[in-house]
Design a binder for this molecule. Structure first.
Ligand code: HEC
Length: 100
């Protein structure tokens, strides 16, 4: 029985590994508002930076967007965020942006 729980624990930690914890999700959403919003707008319809609304992202791959957020875009105002966001968090933010 004990092994059974262990097994369930292992599976669930694999399945949910990519989801930031609820408190971290809140921090990420705040960051989206305050940090990203200053350039991309709130809602992020575009400003100094381009729109990050679902229709604007629809034809862009996750890989392209993750790269833009992690590494920034050299020669533009888009700064790199890799010191603040890991890949899972970046990916989670992109999926959020794709949804609303
Ligand atoms: C100082 C202004 C600024 C801030 C702050 C900023 N961005 Fe940007 N961002 C830009 C600009 C300008 C571009 C366009 C770069 C280019 O011309 O390729 C951009 C591009 C992007 C792209 C690529 C969009 C595309 O269509 O290729 C994504 C995704 C993005 N930003 C997400 C974010 C997120 C998420 C944050 C907050 C964590 C953020 N940005 C914060 C200015 C900013």
């Amino acid at each position: 029985m004990r092994y059974c729980w262990l097994f369930i624990g292992l599976i669930s930690s694999c399945v949910f590994a990519e989801q930031p914890k609820p408190q971290r999700q809140q921090e990420l959403l705040n960051m989206l508002k305050h940090d990203c919003g200053s350039c991309h707008g709130l809602p992020p319809k575009g400003g100094l930076g381009p729109s990050l609304m679902p229709d604007a992202l629809a034809d862009k791959s996750d890989a392209l967007l993750i790269d833009a957020i992690q590494n920034g875009r050299a020669g533009t105002a888009m700064p790199p965020w890799k010191n603040f966001l890991n890949i899972d968090e970046t990916n989670w933010l992109i999926q959020r942006l794709r949804q609303n």
